[in-house]
Design a binder for this molecule. Structure first.
Ligand code: TD3
Ligand code: ZN
Length: 305
């Protein structure tokens, strides 16, 4: 089928109380692994492309392969710009048929965030495209997204922000951060805050920085010489509680990167003389696919397509 909007996917998730993964891609291998997992689990999917991915692969290449994947798939797929920071980049994704965009002006003062977000809402809605925005600030650094201070989302501000901008989905800061090193102390999310925001805001809520950094992956990586030491992700129990409290879109990038790396490094360690890229990239894809399948089960989106 053709690409669907993210709004359509999240409205069903909200109605039925489950979460949908937004999985980042930079190339064909990740896309194919994610879509295979979605097909096998009969789950709707959000394919996320960051400005960094656009720079790496080119927005035309990425949008075309995602459209082909959607055309050949039996599950609903949305194509989403993750952390859109630059007006021209957001316009480029609209020109290339993205069905959803995130405008991330969360590093700007409140009024400026409202102004920039509203501007994108006006343009994107005229084109039938979904808009996600962010209020509050996540800790950590990944690609072009970075912040040294965490500011949790204020529920009253969230209500006002949604009313003033007309966005379709809202990313909130409730204790997560981007990357593989999320917590120094206890790995906990502010579940009460999610509940409060959910009470005041009627649109679907988004959790960024939701990777779990699973032990079986870090253990496997250690065996092939990649020691991630103090890496710590969001525990599965916290993700379940977050969905219970009202989170509907869950962003996963780090876990896919770690999974792919494990597949490739393990393959290379076991087959030191193989130089066919289809072999070692294929091994990376296998683990990405397994990881996506387990996320789909955790989020509750299996058999919802
Ligand atoms: O938005 N993302 C993906 C990363 C964007 C930067 O290029 C997330 O929120 C996922 O976070 P993570 O690191 O937990 O997978
Ligand atoms: Zn993010």
């Amino acid at each position: 089928m053709a690409l669907v909007t993210m709004k359509e996917i999240l409205e069903d998730a909200d109605k039925r109380g489950y979460g949908v993964g937004a999985f980042n891609i930079n190339n064909l291998e990740f896309l194919k692994a994610i879509v295979q997992a979605g097909e096998e689990e009969k789950s709707p999917l959000i394919i996320a492309v960051s400005e960094g991915a656009m720079k790496y692969a080119g927005v035309e290449y990425l949008s075309e392969i995602v459209k082909i994947a959607a055309k050949n798939a039996s599950i609903p797929i949305a194509l989403h710009l993750d952390h859109g920071k630059h007006f021209e980049k957001i316009m480029a994704t609209l020109r290339n048929g993205f069905t959803s965009v995130m405008i991330d002006a969360s590093d700007k003062p409140y009024e400026e965030n409202v102004k920039l977000t509203s501007e994108i809402v006006k343009i994107a809605h005229a084109m039938g495209v979904t808009v996600e925005a962010e209020l509050g600030r996540l800790l950590g650094k990944e690609d072009e997204v970075q912040s040294d201070v965490a500011i949790y989302t204020d529920p009253q501000d969230a209500k006002r922000f949604v009313e003033e901008t007309g966005v379709d989905a809202l990313a909130v800061a409730v204790g997560t951060s981007h990357g593989a090193y999320k917590f120094k102390g206890e790995a906990k999310l502010d579940i009460e805050r999610i509940k409060k925001i959910k009470e005041l805001v009627s649109i679907p809520l988004v959790l960024h920085g939701a990777s779990g950094v699973p032990a079986h992956i870090t253990k496997g990586l250690k065996e092939v010489g990649v020691d991630l030491k103090s890496a710590k992700g969001v525990p599965e129990e916290e993700i379940k509680k977050a969905i219970g409290a009202g989170i509907r879109k869950i962003n996963i990038d780090t876990d896919l990167r770690l999974s792919f790396l494990l597949g490739v490094r393990r393959y290379m360690a076991e087959n030191p003389t193989t130089f066919d890229p289809r072999k070692y990239l294929g091994a990376g894809m296998e683990i990405v696919k397994d990881t996506v399948k387990s996320k789909i089960q955790l989020f509750g989106s299996a058999n919802k397509a």
